[in-house]
Ligand binder design. Structure first.
Ligand code: 13P
Length: 253
């Protein structure tokens, strides 16, 4: 059975002290929650990965990085390799986020190279895909999603080691959430693509997360959809009580 994953993507937010306080409070809150098949993941800025890993050791959440370089090692000032993330025992790493595609010109080809580096180092990629508002209005959402899947997963073997996050760009940080039906339609497209390109087992075992203005008020409706297996949460993951509430909702479903 596939996991429900509630993942927080902090993006470029929080000072060290704020991160420390959040993670301790989250640990305390999780002690009171029986997680069952729900997995909790925090993706802090890379500077805090060590702090987060240390706190996570005695707690019930996992850690993911927000980015990785597509090269193995070498002269890439400021970058972080998959081997470095592996040496910190990280479980996940976000790749293909629309902010990185937009501000750092990351192509599907580069994202595919990053994904392969993560797999070589036994880290599970959280592969983000999603369309712009313009593309949705042009009626080409499905083509965009399928092209991002083809590009990002080109030549990749999947066996319980990929998480996909559908994040419609027009819903990120805008307060505008996809309706549960809009999200479900694309999640089911992704699952069918997995079945066609891999197998029924792979499609049924792969967690497909939704991201884009997910918050305590809409998490229940979204997670109730048959192909939505969790959330990749930005803004609402910065507030420990909102984030904990969303975990509680996921556990109750
Ligand atoms: P928001 O939840 O702030 O819309 O961000 C979603 C996101 O980009 C998570 O990766």
């Amino acid at each position: 059975m596939r996991k429900t994953i509630i993942a927080g993507n902090w993006k470029m937010n929080k000072t060290f002290l704020e991160a420390d306080i959040f993670l301790f409070e989250l640990s305390e809150n999780l002690e009171k929650i029986e997680l069952g098949t729900v997995e909790v993941v925090i993706c802090p800025p890379s500077l805090y990965l060590e702090l987060a890993s240390d706190i996570a050791t005695d707690s019930k959440f996992h850690i993911g990085a927000q980015n990785v370089n597509d090269n193995a090692d070498g002269a890439f000032t400021g970058e972080i390799s998959a081997a470095m993330l592996h040496s910190m025992d990280l479980k996940y790493c976000i790749i293909g986020h629309s902010e990185r595609r937009k501000y750092y010109s990351e192509s599907d080809e580069m994202i595919n190279a990053k994904l392969k580096k993560l797999h070589e180092n036994e880290i599970i990629p959280i592969l983000c895909i999603g369309e712009t508002l313009e593309q949705r209005e042009q009626g080409i959402t499905k083509d965009i999603i399928l092209a991002q899947l083809d590009g990002g997963l080109n030549g990749v073997e999947i066996e319980d080691n990929v998480v996909i996050a559908y994040e419609p760009i027009w819903a990120i940080g805008t307060g505008k959430t996809a309706t549960p039906q809009q999200a479900q339609e694309i999640h089911s497209l992704i699952r069918n693509w997995l079945e066609e390109n891999y197998s029924k087992d792979i499609s049924e075992e792969t967690s497909i997360l939704y991201g884009g203005s997910m918050k305590p008020e809409n998490v229940k409706e979204l997670l109730s959809q048959s192909d939505i297996d969790g959330g990749l949460i930005g803004g609402a993951s910065l507030d420990v009580s909102k984030f904990s509430k969303m975990i509680e909702t996921a556990v109750e479903l």
